[in-house]
Design a protein around this ligand. Structure first.
Ligand code: NAD
Length: 360
């Protein structure tokens, strides 16, 4: 099997590629634009493997995508490339429309052209797996409600609206043109190699630096957390065994309030990094409530019973075990974090970067 992964230098894409190279005999081509979120250092453990190849390209660049498809001749595309950070989508939605909607449209058209010319047996076996988010469903208000695969779409942010649009395009390309698609919608991921603008790595790195730990609003927003390596396993399961045209919700059954996530990280750091930064007695003293995000969703929670029932997938990590591994990973890998903080992961210093502010 040859698999084209888009967005493979990102957080989930790199976990997926490490998983594919380490646990299968597949060949993997990683097509990634290397935006601020793309980091090839996350793939250093498999970068020299002969079954792995990297192409720096934009999914919206049709000529390059066509050329890559013609040369690599994939049996499947796993599409993860996206702008993924809600706060950035509020500050500047244009890139989200360009990549998540126009880019996905472009990739679908390129895939359709490539797929239509395949011999019948290969055409039948081809898969376009679109990786999406539970945020397309909006938020939940009842304490026991869960998102299922039939929950109506009600996205709240420019990010989730752009992902919702891409999901609709993928379904339409199946219904109208017969492209053999699979969709999966996953809850919040966490784990090693996550860019430090997201809640969990931001909290860990700020705490270690003795900086404030920002928590939006009252911190009572609930998210359903999944360890990224469990997501990678689920994606491979969906690709291999999923029914064409179907959607699979993927979640960890790990609902946590944001404030509790931050407190859990502080408690783990007390144990794993007991030498506090100067002037700090307890990591939790650094918690600082900040103005809430506009349109902030209150609660997400996934009903993952379909993927469990039909494909036999369940997460291996609990939130406690996955969070401990994550905190330990950030403690063990200061260079990876340092290269993001100083911009050298992109081979240059980031002139207009706000990462330093984010981590400040
Ligand atoms: P990420 O931001 O860490 O990585 C995105 C990757 O896509 C980066 O490597 C970036 O360089 C690349 N990219 C961006 N624009 C591109 C373009 N135009 N052409 C080619 N490459 C481009 O994102 P992530 O957290 O790894 O998320 C991956 C996918 O999973 C996204 O589609 C996201 O919507 C979805 N998802 C994420 C989560 C989560 O909690 N992180 C949860 C559910 C679903």
């Amino acid at each position: 099997m040859r698999i084209l992964v888009t967005g493979g230098a990102g957080f989930i894409g790199s976990a997926l590629i490490r998983h594919l190279i380490e646990t299968t005999a597949y060949e993997v081509l990683n097509l990634d634009k290397l935006t601020y979120a793309g980091n090839l250092e996350s793939l250093s453990s498999i970068a020299t493997n002969t079954r792995y190849e990297f192409v720096q390209a934009d999914i919206a660049d049709r000529a390059t995508v066509d050329a890559v498809l013609a040369r690599f001749a994939p049996h499947a595309i796993m599409h993860l490339a996206a702008e993924s950070h809600v706060d950035r989508s509020i500050d500047g939605p244009a890139a989200f429309i360009e990549t998540n909607i126009v880019g996905t449209y472009n990739l679908l058209e390129a895939a359709r052209g490539y797929w239509a010319k395949l011999p019948a047996a290969e055409r039948e076996a081809f898969r376009f797996h679109h990786i999406s988010t539970d945020e397309v469903y909006g938020d939940l208000h009842g304490v026991d409600d869960l998102f299922t695969e039939t929950t109506p779409y009600a996205p709240s942010s420019p990010y989730s609206a752009s992902k919702a649009a891409s999901d609709h395009l993928v379904r339409a390309w199946h219904r109208t043109y017969g492209l053999p698609v699979l969709l999966s919608n996953c809850s919040n991921n966490y784990g090693p190699f996550q860019f430090p603008e997201k809640l969990i790595p931001l909290t860990i790195l700020n705490a270690l630096a003795g900086k404030p730990l920002p928590v939006y609003g009252n911190g009572l927003q609930v998210r359903d957390w999944l360890f990224v390596e469990d997501h990678a396993r689920a994606l491979l399961r969906v690709l291999c065994d999923g029914q064409v045209g179907e959607t699979y919700n993927i979640g960890g059954h790990n609902e946590q309030k944001n404030i509790d996530v931050v407190r859990s990280i502080c408690a783990l750091l007390e144990e794993l990094a007991p030498n506090h930064p100067t002037g700090v007695n307890h990591y939790a003293d650094l918690i600082s409530f900040v103005q809430d995000r506009p349109g902030h969703d209150q609660r997400y929670a996934i009903d993952a019973s379909k993927i469990q029932r039909e494909l036999g997938w369940t997460p291996a990590e609990t939130f406690q075990s996955g969070l401990r591994k994550t905190v330990q990973w950030y403690l063990d890998n200061p260079e990876w974090c340092q290269h993001i903080q100083d911009g050298s992961y992109q081979g240059q210093r980031l002139g207009n970067s706000d990462f330093k502010d984010l981590i400040a």
